[in-house]
Design a protein around this ligand. Structure first.
Ligand code: PNS
Length: 163
């Protein structure tokens, strides 16, 4: 059984992430979408909130599960006997960081391979931070994220406003 993990900060999940999830789910037996901690990014949503939004967005995919992990990715990979780490690659700007991460993970644990899927052209500009920026500046994000994410972002902002 080919078990793969797709780690990310998913703050929030976008249609770009969903495209990668759909395509990766076709080439492995089971895909775990793993909400992980990127210490360089400050999150809008908690890990549990992110995981709930991802679960709602992948209901149609039978072999996709969602989990959260606060430690090193390779520790999760080892613990779950995962063979493949999936990452999406957008423009050239992603390459350096992804190259470093794949190399570091391999150095820490060489029992899994990182597999890159090129994002679809229509999502090549899309990122969670861009979505948040458009949202904060009151632009429409409906074409970039699943509906549940847009609703959750509206709710989050009104909660902050009411505090
Ligand atoms: O969506 P992102 O922010 O590009 O994902 C990066 C992420 C969360 C996959 C990466 O930061 C990660 O693997 N975090 C877990 C901690 C870890 O293993 N760090 C070492 C590899 S960089």
């Amino acid at each position: 059984m080919k078990l793969a993990v797709y780690p990310g900060s998913f703050d929030p999940i976008t249609n770009g992430h969903l495209d990668i999830i759909q395509r990766a789910s076709k080439i492995c037996d089971k895909l775990i979408v793993l909400v992980s901690i990127n210490t360089n990014k400050k999150g809008l949503f908690t890990s549990l909130e992110k995981a709930e939004l991802i679960k709602k967005s992948v209901l149609n995919l039978d072999n996709v599960e969602v989990d959260c992990f606060e430690g090193l990715l390779v520790d999760y990979v080892k613990e779950h006997n995962i063979e493949v780490i999936v990452r999406g690659l957008r423009a050239i700007s992603d390459f350096e960081m992804e190259f470093q991460m794949a190399g570091l993970n391999r150095k820490l644990y060489d029992g899994a391979e990182t597999m890159f899927l090129m994002t679809s052209i229509e999502n090549s500009y899309l990122s969670s931070s861009m979505v948040k920026e458009v949202f904060y500046m009151k632009g429409s994000i409906s074409q970039f994220v699943p509906e549940c994410v847009e609703n959750a972002m509206n709710k989050k902002v009104s909660e902050v406003r009411d505090e």
